[in-house]
Design a protein around this ligand. Sequence first.
Ligand code: NAP
Ligand code: F7E
Length: 338
Amino acid sequence: MKTALITGITGQDGSYLSELLIEKGYRVVGVVRRSSSIENRSRLDHLPPETRKQIILQYGDMTDASSLVGIIKKYEPCEVYNLAAQSHVKVSFEQPIYTSEVTGVGALNMLEAIRISDQEVKFYQASSSEQFGKVEASPQNEQTPFHPRSPYGVSKVFAHWITVNYRESYGMHNSCGILFNHESPRRGENFVTRKISLGVAKIKEEIDNKLFLGNLDAKRDWGFAGDYVEAMWLMLQQKQPDDYVIATGESHSVREFCEAAFSHLGMDWEKHVESDQAYTRPAEVDMLCGDASKARQKLGWKPKVNFKELVKMMVDADLAFVKDNFTYKHSGFRLSKR
Ligand code: NAP
Ligand code: F7E
């Protein structure tokens, strides 16, 4: 049985990738951080007991290189997917040094752990469209220069180039997936798509009346996370390691996401959305749109879920979630069960 190691297994992508790899017959080892609560396992909770048995959770941290060496030596994985990161762009302005340690140097810690233990391991680095930042061409492909606009973006550029450098210096099978925004009902609640889908559901259920957002003009190329983890796996099945852009090729504004999400539940977004400077960033990435032709040609990958289907999937899931979690009506208030 093949063993795959996933860092960031408790995150959105980690949970979808675990399911995919288990379906393909892998034993999955996931790196988890020690936390005082067990809430950070919630994205794995829905897995049936037989599936959970195929996942081993092992304590470690991207900033603790010795923990990574220990895990590589203990489990001897044939594939390593480095998904762990402080992944929130706005937070990276508030915690720039921490972000660079986890998201940037963390990748180097893992590469070193592999280099000194077993160079045959195939390595996937979760690169990001945020590396393009203030875009120098559109749509963006593998040749587009990087111009990151946040400590997160800068950290990802470092992680990307050190991954390429270890491939070129030591012949390691390292691939970077430059993934554009991908979302799902498992997206963290403080990313804009999930904030909107959850906000819409709460407004529909009369738990809330307003949704406060930052820059409505920003445009993103949004896909479905379940489709994107398949591209990660495909990259590591190639004979030669390489870097690939993964995107839908369609770009929509935050405003358009709002319109689609509110109208799906028969509401007018303009009556509920208000702007709040607290959610804007010191430097913004105005517009991203990816060209995934190389992935289509070389990996045979293409997205299955389109923008409208994604919005509907997220709003429907959050409506069910809100109905399940906020049910007790008392004196006109609905109380959270959580
Ligand atoms: P996410 O939901 O924020 O998950 C991040 C994961 O990293 C969590 O499992 C988190 O663990 C873990 N982590 C954070 N700090 C860590 C540390 N010091 N040591 C070990 N683990 C740590 O992110 P995602 O959306 O699944 O994205 C996966 C990866 O792809 C990230 O690297 C992200 O930067 C990158 N990416 C994401 C997108 C996107 O649109 N989603 C696009 C391009 C690239 P806890 O649960 O303990 O916090
Ligand atoms: O912002 C604007 C915000 O936080 C999208 C991460 O997964 O994708 C993600 O980074 C846009 C930005 O994602 C709010 O200013 C408006 O222009 O959902 P987001 P992101 O910054 O694009 C990339 C590819 C990654 O790699 C990252 O890890 O929406 N926006 N109002 C808002 N954003 C948030 N979060 N909250 C707002 O209220």
